[in-house]
Each structure stands twice: as structure tokens, then as C-alpha cells.
Write a protein that binds this ligand. Structure first.
Ligand code: HEM
Length: 376
């Protein structure tokens, strides 16, 4: 480990550790690293801080490691080429900006800055200790840069299936205004969610802060709304999760068959929602034009659904469940055809009825992916 400057470097940080009580330090975490200010009113100590940091800057720049017995320091030096260090002398010490464009290295830099603060606080008592490398907390965005392995994709698909099995009943039952079964369903989702989420994290090798998981927060909120009897609001609060999980899967390049249904759902709602509010007298040319466009979009998207494979094994379907699903898919196609026929006919009442008619068979298709057992 010995190199030319080793002895003088060691003397310097021993001096600093000796005088740790005369040093003050503040650390500001940046997105990509830290900004630190380390100073002393004692001129000699201030000069030694500057000397130390210049020497360490040299070690990082030139990759001459020190303190390799300490895992955190060893890790910093392993990634030394990715560390950008900028040292500015102040009157009483140094202001250092240390950053990295690599998220993981930025994390190591932040952890190292905490250790330096502990040196300042506790002197030799801390310097004798070793310091662990913090667990990786990669974001989904960082993960995106690397393609997932086949096994990771399979794990995430299985976790998605498991999630939907408990999520869909809550969505359906709150929509149908069934308070008691909805209470059971949200209880089950809440109980199972942490394990499912952990499965996703394990598959992606990420360890984010669980308290910041928006889905967990939404589930808790929805449980409260259901307990308060606000089923409609609970339903609306829960709905965005579907789009959120779909977006995450798309970011990660995961083809989850249900997402084709999720996309269709939005087009279908854009047809059904206005029709529910309208009376035949409200039907005018502009509405019919718009509806024609939407109906043609729905038809196209449903073709995609028809061409999507919903593997029985992945979803745990037996023969009967598969037959039921196929029958519901055919029923939605019939509803789309009926809507187009009504539009060609132009009768306002029939058009509105046909528009609303898209929902029940779709709901059946969607509900086939939920587990409704034991919720009565
Ligand atoms: C009271 C004692 C010490 C003070 C005041 C001090 C101060 C500093 C400061 C200001 C930096 C720039 C980075 C930052 O601000 O976070 C730094 C970096 C560094 N220090 Fe110290 N230090 C002390 C003790 C030590 C000891 C005992 C070692 C053991 C070898 C050490 C090794 C390093 C290394 C390797 C770096 C560069 C690596 C990096 O910044 O990522 N320091 N130190």
C-alpha cells in the first residue's frame, strides 16, 4: 500500500483527527453528489485541511488508493475515474463539490461525505472503524438503461398478474357500490401488496425507500375511503394505479397482455362516459362524427386484444376460465359491431344505448383477471 506520499498523507489526517474538535463541517447533498464546507478558526488546522484535500484530490485523480481495508473507501477508489472533484479554498478551509454522472457513484460520494463528517465529530474513535458500502438504491429510470434479462421479465410478469388478481376486485366492487365485499378486497390487496412489491424490487435489484412508494400510499388512502363509505371516490383514487403500472412496464420493455386491455379501457371510457350523461335530444352531428372516430379507434384496439395471447399458465386459467374469457372477448366485439350499425342508422336513442353497451362485456373480460373468491 505504501507509496511516496503515504507517510505525509497519514501524518496530515492524524493531525486532523487530533484536532477534530476545532473543525466544523457542513454537507449538502446534490442530485449527483455533495457540496461540503470544512473549516477551522485555527489557521494551522485550516491549512492542514486544505493540504489534506489537495492530497486526496490527487489520489482520486490518479487512482492511488488509500484506506483499502475500509469497504466504502475501497469502493470510492474503484470508481475513481467516475468521480469529479472540485476544490475551492476558502479563507478558513475548503469548499468541495464532488459529483458523478453515475447514480451509484454519486451515492458512494454521499456516503463518504457522511463518514468524513463522523471523522470530524469523533476523531480517531471513528477512524478506527470500517464503513459499509450503502445498498444500491437505483431508480427505475437508471435501471432502464440496462435491458432486463428473460428471467427478470418473467418475474415482473408474474408479479403483475398477482397484483391484478387482488387489484381488479377492488376496482370492480367499488364501481358496483358493493361496500362489504370491497372492504374485504382492499384488506386483501393491502395485506398482499408488500410481498408483491418486494418481488418487483428483488427482480429489478432495487431498494428504494418504501415510505415513498405511491402505490402503498394510494392503497392506504383507498382503504380509508371505503371504510368511510365513499366508494365512488375510492374507485377514482385507485384507477390511476393501472396507468402507472402500465407506464412502468412500458419503460422497462415488458409486454404484459393486460396492458392491451388497459389501453382499450381508456378509449372505451371516452365513448361510454359521455353517453351515460346524454339524452337523445343532445345527440347532434358533431357528436356523431366524434363518436364515429372513437368507435373506429375502439374497433382497431379490440382487434389487438383479439390477437393478444393470454397464456393460461401465466394467469392460472383452467379450461373453463379460458372459454369464459374468449366468450367475453367475442361479446365485446359484438358490442362494437352493434355500435357501428347504430351509427350507420343514425337513430339517437339506439346510438346512445349501443355506446353504453360497450361497458358490460368489457367489464366481464377485465374481471376474469381478478380473484373474487371469498369476497361475498
Ligand atoms: C478530521 C479528519 C478529516 C477531515 C476534516 C477530512 C476532510 C476531508 C474533506 C473535506 C474531503 C473532501 C470530500 C468531502 O468534503 O467530503 C476529504 C476527502 C477524502 N478524505 Fe478526508 N478528512 C479527514 C480524515 C480522513 C481520514 C482519516 C482519511 C483516511 C485515509 C481520509 C481520506 C480521505 C479520502 C481518501 C478522500 C478523497 C475521497 C473522496 O472525497 O471521495 N480523510 N477529506
Amino acid at each position: 500500500m505504501a507509496d511516496d506520499s503515504f507517510v505525509s498523507d497519514r501524518d496530515t489526517f492524524h493531525y486532523l483527527l487530533d484536532h477534530h474538535q476545532e473543525i466544523r463541517r457542513s454537507v449538502t447533498n446534490l442530485d449527483n453528489g455533495v457540496e461540503t464546507l470544512t473549516e477551522s478558526d485555527n489557521e494551522e488546522v485550516a491549512a492542514k485541511i486544505q493540504e489534506h484535500v489537495h492530497a486526496m484530490y490527487g489520489r482520486v485523480e490518479e487512482g492511488r488508493p488509500i484506506r483499502m481495508r475500509d469497504p466504502l473507501f475501497a469502493a470510492i477508489f474503484r470508481h475513481a475515474t467516475k468521480v469529479d472533484m472540485n476544490v475551492e479554498e476558502t479563507e478558513k478551509g475548503v469548499r468541495v463539490t464532488e459529483t458523478s454522472s453515475d447514480q451509484r457513484v454519486a451515492q458512494l460520494i454521499q456516503a463518504h461525505a457522511v463518514v468524513v463528517s463522523k471523522f470530524v465529530e469523533r476523531g480517531f474513535a471513528e477512524a478506527h472503524l470500517n464503513h459499509e458500502v450503502p445498498p444500491a438504491t437505483e431508480t427505475v429510470a437508471a435501471q432502464q438503461d440496462r435491458p432486463l434479462t428473460g428471467q427478470q421479465k418473467e418475474e415482473l410478469l408474474a408479479a403483475s398478474v398477482q397484483f391484478d388478481r387482488y387489484y381488479i376486485p377492488v376496482l370492480a366492487l367499488t364501481n358496483e357500490g358493493k361496500a362489504k365485499p370491497a372492504t374485504k378486497a382492499i384488506g386483501r390487496l393491502s395485506d398482499e401488496y408488500d410481498a408483491i412489491y418486494q418481488r418487483v424490487l428483488d427482480a429489478l435489484h432495487i431498494v428504494p425507500d418504501q415510505s415513498q412508494d405511491p402505490t402503498r400510499q394510494t392503497i392506504d388512502e383507498v382503504a380509508q375511503l371505503i371504510a368511510d363509505g365513499q366508494l365512488k371516490k375510492a374507485h377514482e383514487t385507485l384507477e390511476p394505479i393501472r396507468d402507472l403500472t402500465m407506464q412502468r412496464r412500458q419503460q422497462l420493455g415488458i409486454d404484459y397482455p393486460m396492458d392491451v386491455l388497459n389501453e382499450y379501457h381508456d378509449v372505451m371510457e371516452s365513448i361510454v362516459k359521455p353517453a351515460v350523461e346524454m339524452k337523445p335530444a343532445d345527440v347532434d352531428k358533431a357528436y356523431l362524427e366524434e363518436l364515429k372516430q372513437a368507435a373506429s379507434g375502439a374497433s382497431e384496439m379490440w382487434t389487438e386484444v383479439e390477437q393478444t395471447k393470454f397464456p393460461a399458465k401465466l394467469f392460472g386459467f383452467d379450461k373453463e376460465a379460458t372459454q369464459k374469457l374468449n366468450a367475453s372477448i367475442a361479446a365485446e366485439r359484438a358490442a362494437i359491431t352493434a355500435l357501428n350499425r347504430a351509427l350507420a342508422d343514425g337513430d339517437a336513442k339506439t346510438v346512445l344505448k349501443a355506446a353504453k353497451g360497450l361497458k358490460p362485456p368489457f367489464a366481464k373480460v377485465y374481471k376474469s383477471f381478478g380473484d373474487f373468491s371469498g369476497l361475498k
